[in-house]
Design a protein around this ligand. Structure first.
Ligand SMILES: Cc1cc2nc3c(=O)[nH]c(=O)nc-3n(C[C@H](O)[C@H](O)[C@H](O)COP(=O)(O)OP(=O)(O)OC[C@H]3O[C@@H](n4cnc5c(N)ncnc54)[C@H](O)[C@@H]3O)c2cc1C
Length: 446
């Protein structure tokens, strides 16, 4: 259940490292929000004379601004993920602005009713369609938001259905904007306010139109399945590498499987090295779609891919310290390409990779990693079998490695609970938060 999760849990901190979500993108966003508030205050709107009315108008102005920015933050582009230091963090900020926008949207009618002393006449204007059409448009957008929230809170809907319902938010933005312009609000009366809001609105709508109609056709590339193999719950696909496909180790692609889910692209890390003539992805049967792929996907099938994306590998390449890599289950995939990169371009630093899994039956990439370890003497590979040793812990890892853990950069990829626990334990052992880097396999939040 995503219930109360809807507004608060992500705070303004990274869920795994508890660091502030500081990045150039967050700074730009905060500056945009501050500009919106300053513009509103400097215009000294007439509504300022009445506190409830002022609060209502201020909420509406913020709701539309934040919702517009929220659409901008949904754009999947390399420059965008660079601004936020990773697409997972971009999406955390996207969720935060969305929640803040919805909160302001819900507050707006409450403040308005308070301004009108909760009179029946005011209620009639808000609730009866057509009494005042611009107001009714606002009510309609409010109802759509409430329905979407109720759906999210009451049912654990599959991702693809949730994604479709999410698309309705553009109607909310358009209806809210038209409502604000026509309903005799501050926005209609003050040109600077109108100008600022129109710019944000145009940016929001353009971003949504781009994502809905142009992003995929313009950026996706067709690839053929060259080889398919599977072991237990993992499906491994080797895909033809499109011409001009440049990747860095640790990156991921979005893949569409037309036979199984025609309208969706799923993110998967590339587990082959960047010089191979193919792209390898390793897919764990984790949910509705991934469980059907083993039977549905065949050799020579044509899939579509988007990307590559991801900052995990960039973070690895930009640090020159010794490292500890911790992978939980399928979280091993980004490390596979990074380990191969370490053998091809040895950086002279020591890397210890700990691969946590239940038992040896799950050690799918064991042989491959032992091979890398034999090629590169500074790359030390070991596994952690939770059936024998219990849950992986930072203290346990430290016992296995040489040197001071506080001088290491720790990179983690695995289930959210494991990443959160390890991050907290490593921080307690003195690893600075900035040296804990992780890849979140769940863009929607934990
Ligand atoms: C950066 C990144 C790299 C990943 N690399 C791998 C990998 O190498 N191997 C692997 O097995 N898994 C990987 N995953 C996870 C994989 O994408 C999900 O397991 C898969 O999408 C689940 O789809 P489903 O429909 O089977 O499951 P569902 O039960 O429908 O979804 C489970 C969860 O997966 C996420 N999800 C589903 N569809 C999408 C989508 N289209 N876009 C974004 N998130 C979605 C949602 O958070 C959802 O709650 C990665 C995820 C991310 C974000």
């Amino acid at each position: 259940m995503r219930t109360l999760d809807l507004f608060v849990p992500y705070e303004f901190r990274d869920p795994v490292t508890r660091r502030w979500l500081a990045s150039p993108g967050t700074l730009l966003l905060l500056m945009a929000c501050a500009a919106v508030i300053v513009i509103w205050v400097l215009q000294k709107p007439a509504s300022l004379s009445d506190p409830w009315r002022a609060l209502a108008k201020f909420s509406a102005f913020n709701a539309i601004s934040l919702l517009s920015l929220n659409f901008v933050l949904s754009v999947r582009a390399r420059w965008m993920e660079r601004l936020f230091n990773g697409m997972d963090r971009q999406y955390i900020v996207h969720r935060l602005t969305g929640r803040a926008a919805v909160l302001f949207m819900l507050l707006h009618p409450i403040f308005l009713l308070a301004h009108n002393s909760f009179s029946l006449e005011a209620l009639r204007t808000y609730l009866v369609p057509g009494v005042d059409w611009p107001v009714s448009l606002g009510t309609l957008s409010f109802v759509i938001v409430c329905v979407l929230i109720a759906l999210t809170m009451m049912f654990r809907i599959p991702y693809h259905i949730w994604f479709i319902t999410h698309r309705f938010m553009i109607f909310v933005l358009v209806l809210s904007f038209v409502h604000a312009v026509l309903s005799g609000s501050d926005v209609g009366a003050y040109p600077v306010m109108m100008g600022a809001l129109s710019i944000l609105f145009a940016m929001g709508v353009t971003s949504d139109l781009y994502m809905a109609f142009f992003y995929r056709p313009l950026n996706s590339r067709k690839v053929k399945v060259l080889r398919k193999s599977s072991f237990s719950d993992i499906l491994e696909l080797k895909l033809m590498r499109p011409h001009g496909f440049n990747m860095e180790p640790g990156q991921f692609i979005f893949v569409q499987f037309p036979k199984v889910a025609r309208c969706e692209f799923f993110p998967f890390s590339i587990s082959s090295d960047q010089y191979e003539d193919h792209i390898r992805i390793s897919i764990k049967a984790a949910g509705d779609t991934t469980s059907r792929l083993k039977d549905a996907v065949r050799k020579d099938d044509v899939l579509r891919i988007l990307g590559p994306y991801g900052m995990f590998g960039k973070n690895y390449m930009s640090h020159d310290r010794d490292m500890i890599w911790v992978a939980g289950g399928i979280g091993i995939t980004p490390f596979l390409s990074m380990a191969m990169n370490e053998s091809i371009h040895p950086t002279g630093r020591r890397i210890d990779l700990i691969y946590a899994m239940r038992g040896m039956d799950d050690a799918h990439y064991d042989r491959e990693l032992h091979r890398e370890s034999s090629i590169n003497r500074l790359f030390n590979y070991m596994h952690w079998l939770s059936m024998e040793r219990g849950r992986i812990s930072a203290e346990g890892i430290v016992r296995e490695i040489e040197g001071d853990v506080r001088d290491r950069v720790v990179m983690i990829c695995g289930p959210p609970a494991m990443m959160e626990a390890l991050s907290s334990q490593f921080r307690k052992l003195g690893v600075p938060t900035r040296n804990i880097i992780y890849e979140d396999f769940n863009l929607l939040g934990h």
